[in-house]
Structure formats: structure tokens, C-alpha cells
Design a protein around this ligand. Sequence first.
Ligand code: MAN
Length: 491
Amino acid sequence: MLLKLFLLFVPAAFAEDVTQRQLKPVKGVPHSRLNLYQPSTTDTFRCLDGSQTILYSQLNDDYCDCKDGSDEPGTAACGNAHFYCSNVGHRGNFIPTNRVNDKLCDCCDGSDEYDSGVDCPNICDELGRAARIEREKIANVARKGFQKRQELAKEGQTLRDSKLKDVEPLRQERATLEPERSRLETDKKSAEDAERKLQDEHRNQWEAELDLDKSGKIDKEELRQNLFLDEDNDGFVSEDEVNAYLTIDEADPEHFQSLMYDRLKTAKRNHLEDARIKEEEEKERARALENAPDDDDLLAEEDRHDSEDVTSNQESDDDNDKMPEYPPEVQVASEKAREARRLFDEVNQKTQDLDSRIREAEDFANSDYGEDSAWAALKDKCFDRNVQQYTYQFCPFGQNTQKDTGAYSGTSLGSFKEWSGPDGNKYSKMHFGDGQQCWNGPKRSTDITIECGEENELVEVTEPAKCEYLFTFRTPLACSDPDKEVIHDEF
Ligand code: MAN
């Protein structure tokens, strides 16, 4: 009681000191948790889950009292507890308590078989040495990688800064050009409208030139002179062929406009189109004959004469049918439209170039290139790996592909969607989705695991499920400073 009172009043620092000195070892419990296992003043132990209080002597008595197994860390009595091997010289670790004294050596220091009669040699020094060599190897890679990463981070940040710095002047330049672009677009539109209007007028006029004697009326005689109405191609326009269009003896312009004009126009157009096709065929034939072998010269010559006759007849027919050249005022309008187009295209091209540079800069600003922007250095780069008949390509921030080795184009395995690592390690994974649809399956997708390595390298490609691909990519960008990493041996 006196001691209790004394402990109650000693300053906290002193009390801690006493506790430190009094820490009693408990089998299966690491030093960092010994404070939870010290005897209370009443010599009792409270199960760590608080479920009950037992006598301190019941700790590690090979009988399971606590539901959470916390009273038996050093025996196999509770199935759900953990035994700590201190493994001095190597790394301490926990094993399930059902492996304690089971005649199999689990801890490298042999401490788990203290009462089974099995002699487990202590091999911790040996294992520790090998593990240290391995750790050092890994740390060396990380050290070199981390160095490169710092250089890449500088590169990435410079790139990012320059893109962001550029964007405002680009936006201003774009805004300055806009009024001019818009004015030139209006000019171009009206010049083209004017040109089209004059051209249409000219064409309509020519198509309507059926009133040959300009009497204001179209009669049978005038129609008879329009050879395009010669539907049976016998060289002249017969009564029936005229009557197919003119149902009365003569048509005044109003009647003509409402009933006959469109049909005549169509007839004339069809006729011109036929003539054009025929002319093309004849030209083709003439070209073929020119290339004919020598033996057939005579025959070819005859043919050529024939074809020339046909062509020249055709030409004279066509000359009658061909639309006359545009008059000077239409040509002037066309020239104006051409110039307006040229001026507009020039400025429009400039604004399009600016737009794409602004877009690129904005993309950059909105993309996540890692905490230190170092991944920006890999934008637009791709990495290949050949596996069986395929070449796989990983393009960070772009699109992954699979193609038959040597083929020109490939199958999309998805485009970059997001960093998909767990909380606190977001940049350790990437997800690519929306690739080419798999036959009877999902759209192709890729998950990338990113590991520290001295060089950028796609080291593994697998397809664990149909059309779902797994890549492993090694890069200095995943290396952190090994000299700052903390190794936790215990929990
Ligand atoms: C192709 C490849 C394979 C994929 C099948 C699915 O052969 O893209 O990777 O498994 O299509 O049909």
C-alpha cells in the first residue's frame, strides 16, 4: 500500500525510468510490446482485448485463457496468437503460435523449438549477411535510380514551367488574331456567295436558252433544234420527241417556267453528262491505241482514224452543248473569292496552330506527372517488349498496343486513364482502359506495375485474364532515396 502511494506521487519521468528498468522478458513478445505484458500491482494480467483479467502466473502457462490469445504468445495453446522470433543478426519476425514447438524450425535463431527436443541451429548471422548483401544491391540500384530521377524531375519541371509560361502569350496572340480571322471569314463567305450567285445565274441562263428567236415563246421548231431531245439518237428530233416536252403548239414563258423548264433542264444535263462520259471513253481508247504493239500498227491506225472521226464529231456536238465560259464579271468574282479564301486560310492556319499549342500546354498543366513532375520526361515516349508472336508497346500517358511482330499496325490495349496505386503509393500503378473490344469479351485494358530500376524498361507482360493485360515497368522514376528509408522489424 505504501509502495502504491509512493508510485502514485513520483514524478512521471522517474516512474517511466522505473518501468524501463523493470521490463520483464516474456516469451514470444518483442521488446517494443513488453510494456503491455508487465505484472500489475495486483499481479494480474488483463487480456489485450480487455475481455477478462487473469492471474499473471497464467501468462504462457500453455492454457488459452484470453479470446484474442494474448495470454499465450510463447506457447501453441491459442491458435490465434503470434510468437516473435528476435532473430538477432537477421530480421525479427512473427510466426503463428501453432508453429511453436511443432518440431519444425521456423525462426532462424531456433527460438520457436525451445521445448520440442528438436535442435534448430542458429543460422541468423548467415541469413542476415546474405540479406544485407541483397539489400545493398537493391539500395545501389535505388541510389543510382534516385539520382537519375532527380535529373528527370528537373527536366520535367523545366518542361512544365516553359509550357505553362508559354500559354498566356499564346492565348493573347490567339485573341488578337480572332477579330481578323472572323472578318476574313465573313469576307470569304460573301465573296464565295457572290461568285456562286453569278455562276448560277450564268448556268441558269444558259440552261434556259431555249427560246432561240427570243420571241418570248418557245415553239416546236425551237425545240426541234435542241439535239439533246433526240432520245433515240437517230440524228434529229422527231415530232414525238418534241411532243414529249411541248404539249401545246407553243409555250409562253410562264407556261414554260412552270411546266417544262425543269424537265428540259434535266434532259439537257443528262445529255451533257452522257457526252462527257463518251468523250472520256474515247480518249481512253485513243490512249490505249497509241500504246498498241507495232504489228498492229495498221489496224491501230485505222482504229485511230475511226476514233478521231467519232471524237471530232463528238467535239462539234459537244461544242454546241458545252456551257460557254463564264463572262468576265463572273471570272472577276471567282478571282475575288479565291483571294478571300487565301487570306482567310492563311490566318486560319495560324489560329489553328496556336490552338493546338494552347491545347498541348493546357494538357500539360492538367496532367499528373508525379509529385516531382519527373514523369513529364516520359510523355510521348514508348517502350517495347517481345513476347511470343507479339510486340507489346507501353506508352505512358498514351496508348498501349499489341501487334504481331513485324506487322505495321496493332491492337489497342487501352489508353492512359489514371494512376491507380494504393493510398500513399499512388504512382506505383497505372491503369489503361477503353482499348479494342475483345471478341466475346470486355474492351482491352492494361494495368502497369511500376518498380524502381536503373533504366526505363518494360520487363514483363502477361495476360492473366482474356484481354486484360499486366505490364511490369522498371524506371528510375520509381526509385526513392534508399538512405532515407526506414526498415520496420516489428509491429
Ligand atoms: C488476340 C490477342 C489476344 C487475345 C485474343 C482474344 O488474339 O489480342 O491477346 O486474348 O485476341 O480473342
